[in-house]
Design a protein around this ligand. Structure first.
Ligand SMILES: Cc1ncc(COP(=O)(O)O)c(C=O)c1O
Length: 362
């Protein structure tokens, strides 16, 4: 089957580019002695998780319990849930899945720590734990200081949990290379200071998890962070290119769409709207993605199934039925919109993989 025979809208993944991205990131982490635990929230696909492990990743990071369940069922054995778990039903699922894999959870409160510890004790299944520290993002995480030390001490003393260390999340790192290097060094310094405080309190961290794709190749500048959790680097997207962390050639995922109307002058409509793309914006770019065939096209407005696309001054007219390919602004959420990806080398479709962990909100 050829790529142009896949019905649109569809996700196409260039296997050569995907493998190159996976190999390059792993080689970088290996060269710097960083344990790589990529975030599967980007691909949500067991086949790609296995590819990452085969290249040398120590395990995977997940955002939701449902994602952990899918990956554990697919045979991935070392998983980290980088999101606080709350509620009796989820705790039952958590201890059940912890029997099938080596599981580490992350949280930032005594309430969550106590609840998970009690469930793990009752089930007789100890669970590893990282405490999230806020190093400036102000999303989740306890700020450095006595409250953080107290929480880590509590976790270390709680039967049912095994205190393993810390997690930090920095978010986007945009800007010129020297600014991003400085940001990474500062992050490393903040974490090192926290580790000193914990050490003074008699607490040892075997792991500190950090990292996002825009800063991936600067991770060695923060040696206190021992594990990296980048996710987007597998495919890359318009956000990654805008941040200066990837090139268009590094983008392995495209959304194939078809022109279904050209009746309104200066515009075409493609068969992907808000059920295919997402509303994420990219700094410095208009619209919801980049058209590979003509970067002057702007997907500026969406209804569920209609993508309103403005022609640029230099854009050639487009015929009904023409296929176009879009690199989305944010690949992780675009992957959540479809059931499968069509994997190809050149024009040849070589496989179709189910995005098994898509839609796992709980
Ligand atoms: C907690 C956490 N870790 C890691 C990542 C991966 O970051 P990126 O998608 O930039 O690779 C994310 C992304 O949202 C995240 O929320």
């Amino acid at each position: 089957m050829k790529t142009w025979e896949v019905e649109t809208p569809a996700i196409l993944v260039d296997l050569d580019r995907l493998e190159r991205n996976v190999r390059r990131a792993q080689a970088y982490c290996d060269a710097h002695g960083i344990r790589f635990r990529p975030h599967m929230k980007t691909h949500k696909t067991p086949e790609i998780g296995r590819m990452q492990i085969a290249q040398g990743a120590v395990g995977l990071t997940c955002a939701k319990l449902g994602e952990v369940e899918i990956m554990a069922a697919a045979g991935l054995s070392d998983l980290m849930l980088a999101y606080p778990v709350w509620g009796a039903g989820k705790l039952r699922r958590l201890t059940a899945v912890a029997e099938r894999c080596c599981l580490t959870v992350v949280f930032d409160s005594a309430e969550v720590a106590d609840a998970i510890a009690e469930a793990a004790r009752a089930a007789g299944t100890p669970i590893g734990a990282l405490v999230e520290v806020d190093t400036g993002m102000r999303r989740c995480g306890v700020a450095p200081g006595p409250a953080l030390v107290d929480l880590c001490r509590r976790v270390a003393e709680l039967p049912g949990l095994t205190f393993r260390g810390l997690m930090t999340y920095q978010g986007w790192q945009n800007g010129p290379t020297d600014a991003r290097e400085a940001q990474m060094r500062a992050e490393g310094d903040r974490v090192a200071a926290v580790l000193n405080e914990l050490s003074d309190a008699g607490l040892t961290c075997e792991a500190v998890s950090g990292g996002t794709s825009p800063g991936l190749f600067f991770a060695h500048l923060a040696p206190a962070i021992t594990e990296n959790r980048s996710g987007t680097y597998v495919f890359n997207d318009r956000n990654m290119v805008s941040s200066g962390a990837a090139t268009w050639d590094d983008c392995a995922m495209r959304i194939a769409v078809t022109v279904i109307s050209n009746a309104v002058s200066g515009q075409i409509v493609v068969d992907g709207g808000s059920k295919t793309f997402t509303s994420d914006a990219t700094p410095g770019f208009d619209g919801f993605g980049r058209f590979v065939e003509d970067p002057e096209l702007t997907l500026w407005k969406m209804n569920e199934e209609h993508g309103y696309t403005r022609l640029g001054a230099g854009s050639p007219p487009r015929r009904i039925g023409e296929r176009l390919h879009v690199i989305p602004n944010h690949v992780c959420v675009a992957m959540n919109m479809q059931d499968e990806i069509w994997v190809h080398r050149g024009d040849e479709v070589v496989d179709c993989w189910k995005i098994a962990a898509r839609g796992k909100l709980r």
